[in-house]
Design a binder for this molecule. Sequence first.
Ligand code: FAD
Length: 389
Amino acid sequence: MTTDYNALPDDSFRAQVREFFEAEYPEHLRYILRRARWDEMKEWWGQLYRKGWMAPNWPHEWGGMGLDAGKMLIYMEEIERHGVARPPDQGITHIGPIIMRFGTGAQKNFYLPRALSGEHIWCQGYSEPNSGSDLASLRTTAVLDGNDYVINGQKIWTSLAQDATHCYVLTRTNPAVKQQEGISLFLVDFKTPGITLRPIVNLSGHAEFCQVYYDNVRVPKENLVGDLNKGWTVAKALLGFERLAIGSPRRPAYALQRLKMVAQARGLFADQGFLDRYTALKLDIEDLGSLYGRFVEQVKRGEQVGPDVSMLKIWTMEAWQRLSELLLEIGEEEGVLEGVRNFGNADDPVEVDALTTFYMSRPGTIAGGTSEVQRNIMSRYVLQLPVSK
Ligand SMILES: Cc1cc2nc3c(=O)[nH]c(=O)nc-3n(C[C@H](O)[C@H](O)[C@H](O)COP(=O)(O)OP(=O)(O)OC[C@H]3O[C@@H](n4cnc5c(N)ncnc54)[C@H](O)[C@@H]3O)c2cc1C
């Protein structure tokens, strides 16, 4: 029997979620500062799956919790409060909703249950060397040969590809037309011959993403999502979801909490200058929460997220960076040393990894569309300012 969580009073839903996280989520995985790997997260994934809580954003029909915007925010808030790490969840947050919207009946029946159970772990194959912000210039090709499309090319920055079983890949299927009109999206099984992964280690020492090479990779033509050469429309819809997910106040909220811990340990709340800066940042996070809630409501009403969602991404990532900079500053010499440091004392430890917080906030203004590109979108499509040629 499916539970109608939306019918529960907010307080009792919150209490249920909190109780479950506190009882079941592994203590050693709370508040980790890097992308969690599949090996670390698969047991937790299994627990969420068995409880029917793996996909809060999916409808009941596909095994999701079917949460409305208000309940979804509560769920997210409790994840943040307890420091629950993000698993490799692109199947749930990205390609799952896209398959629901653009996929065939067979694709829905095959891929959605497997994405939910964790049998399939997905990654996103969009960016290429020289095609990041200007994604429409991508050069990886897919050419029809019998019943298969044959994919050739190179992708880069594919997050956690080394943990994935599948990748959704944007390819060029018609080089003769306007760039955006010749792109198609394919679902690719990583077991297919011809795929080579090469991990890339980031500044904080973690292999967070990979280069992925496609050398005559044969993908059945049934794995095309949406219509041929209409992949740009699909990708744009996906970027809407992505911007909403990466605009969540979650990471800046973690950073604010750590800033508060270190500031308390250093007695900084007695300093008016610090208090001013801290209060301004705290208000930034409050504003961010309201803005995020507005977009979540929009998505839950079934409306398309518009170009103004760019504002959310700019605000989240830049607030996160401002917070992590202040954290590094007040951490002084201890703040720039690697790993978890004690900002308190032996009797009352305050353990925070300020440097990794700083490192992790840096790519936030790049991944999923840079801040400069988001500002271009805002000025062109929201503010309707004249654009120079
Ligand atoms: C942590 C992380 C995870 C990622 N995960 C994935 C993933 O899973 N899958 C995937 O496909 N990709 C992923 N990416 C890649 C990401 O989407 C690209 O890095 C991003 O789109 C920017 O592209 P680029 O790196 O090629 O930079 P470029 O586009 O080359 O930009 C370089 C600089 O030029 C600026 N610039 C570019 N165009 C303009 C313009 N028109 N106006 C003003 N300024 C401009 C940019 O703002 C930036 O400062 C990830 C990136 C990061 C950092």
